[in-house]
Design a protein around this ligand. Structure first.
Ligand SMILES: Cc1cc2nc3c(=O)[nH]c(=O)nc-3n(C[C@H](O)[C@H](O)[C@H](O)COP(=O)(O)O)c2cc1C
Length: 139
């Protein structure tokens, strides 16, 4: 069965003081759940926005994304792309994270700052490619 790829962005609703704990918690749940249904992907947090790519079977992505959309830790969820994808780009990550300066190495923080990342200005393909570039730059 062909894999699918879903790309969305959303607005953060987590209070500043709670960001580290909440993101840690949601990453733990994401990695556990995604591994079970063979979803891979990447999550980025920057400037009050989340952007995420999910890769996997159509059914696994649909049920996971329904749960994600109901999550009150973010809002205004905008789906940019949901389509068949011949290859996976984040195969080795149940959920890679590119994040807030507080939560990452100086190196990654520099990359995120340099990227001028603002998901509102990107379409699905651009957002997907940006996340891919950022992660591969980090490796
Ligand atoms: C920005 C964001 C991204 C998320 N990504 C995922 C994800 O990739 N996979 C997942 O299972 N849950 C994800 N979640 C968490 C879900 O909304 C939900 O809290 C979680 O799946 C519940 O898992 P549990 O019942 O095992 O605790 C995300 C939440 C947010 C706010």
């Amino acid at each position: 069965m062909t894999d699918f790829r879903l790309v969305y962005f959303s607005e953060n609703r987590i209070q500043a003081g709670m960001l580290n704990t909440e993101i840690e918690t949601l990453l733990e749940a994401s990695r556990r759940n995604n591994a079970l249904v063979v979803i891979s992907g990447a999550l980025m947090f920057n400037d009050g926005y989340f952007a995420q790519v999910l890769e996997g079977s159509q059914a696994a992505i649909e049920s996971t994304f329904e749960r994600i959309q109901r999550d009150h830790r973010h809002g205004n969820v905008h789906m940019l792309e949901f389509a068949p994808a011949s290859t996976r780009s984040f195969q080795t990550w149940s959920m890679a994270f590119i994040g807030h300066p507080d939560r990452m190495s100086a190196e990654v923080s520099t990359i995120a700052a340099r990227s001028g990342f603002d998901p509102r200005n990107l379409d699905g393909d651009h957002l997907f490619n940006r996340l891919k570039d950022l992660l591969h730059e980090r490796e």
